[in-house]
Design a protein around this ligand. Structure first.
Ligand SMILES: [Fe+2]
Length: 292
């Protein structure tokens, strides 16, 4: 009898705990592009803010090195890895950008220096993150789409599900109302709530058929050309990072513009940007009509 009670004590609660679905309650940060042409003192400031917020982990949307020069590639990875090491103690998930990977050698060095393959998925609590590679293509090729479907099939019960790819090839068709690209059908089929990219050095967000498409803009990469053409905050051109809060099946994104020399420190909820900001860009806080 004693032995049976001991066995029940040892195993029954543990079996119940394993069977229970994981309850999500965590934060993560999204880090945007550093290149082409890393701007002085911007990326480090972004990393400093992210580190002070203490997310559970960081997701990098790619373009961490300038690249496209075989003689400098190893030194460039050593340089950015030193910056990461100086600021970040959190787990840091990489995504391949076109400045990071442009041929087979740079792809191998990307994996050597970041520790990540070109595509992979990971779980955090009950959430699923799928990281895809379009560093050398614009859209996602058939192999990437097959990998995505396989991961979504394998982790059907995960919630929420988020998919990342560096180039926001979806932005132009969606702006024209075109949802016929294959990725959109896959995201809808499997209940993926968020597709997140980088690359353009501008914040983009639009929602189609329940899927929120978002691009994190520059966390240190050059925006001078856009600014000279008259683009600014309302067109998504500002240095920022994104703070994500996952609770249960819900994920909320808060966009944080740098302050100091890098911006005006404006903060807004990502859902308040639908194609364009739906708030006073001079003072996002005024919409809340603060009483005091
Ligand atoms: Fe890029």
């Amino acid at each position: 009898m004693l032995r049976r009670n001991l066995l029940q004590t040892l195993f029954t609660p543990q079996v119940a705990a394993v069977a229970a679905p994981a309850a999500n309650d965590f934060h993560f940060s999204i880090l945007g592009d550093r290149t082409g042409s890393a701007q002085p003192q911007i990326y480090g400031r972004t990393l400093r803010e992210i580190a002070m917020l203490a997310p559970d982990f960081v997701v990098n949307v790619g373009d961490s090195i300038q690249g496209h020069d075989d003689s400098k590639i190893e030194a460039q990875w050593d340089e950015v890895k030193a910056i990461w090491a100086r600021h970040l103690t959190q787990k840091h998930y990489s995504l391949a950008g076109n400045h990071d990977v442009w041929d087979d050698r740079s792809a191998a060095l990307y994996t050597k220096h970041t520790g990540f393959p070109l595509h992979y998925s990971f779980r955090h609590q009950n959430a699923l993150f799928v990281m895809l590679d379009n560093s050398r293509t614009d859209a996602l090729d058939a192999g990437e789409l097959r990998f995505l479907e396989a991961e979504l099939e394998r982790y059907k019960g995960a919630s929420p599900k988020m998919v990342f790819c560096h180039k926001p090839f979806w932005a132009v068709p969606l702006a024209k109302g075109d949802t016929s690209f294959p990725l959109h059908a896959i995201l809808r089929k499997y209940g993926v709530g968020h597709l997140i990219s980088g690359h353009q050095h501008k914040f983009i967000r639009t929602v189609k058929d329940g899927v929120a498409y978002m691009a994190c803009g520059s966390s240190g990469g050059d925006m001078h050309g856009k600014l000279l053409r008259g683009e600014g905050f309302a067109q998504g051109c500002f240095y920022h990072h994104i703070w994500a809060r996952v609770r249960g099946g819900e994920v909320r994104f808060m966009v944080r513009e740098l302050d100091g020399m890098g911006g005006h420190g404006r903060m807004f909820a990502a859902e308040d940007w639908d194609g364009a900001p739906r708030f006073d860009t001079g003072d996002p806080g005024i919409a809340g009509r603060p009483a005091t």
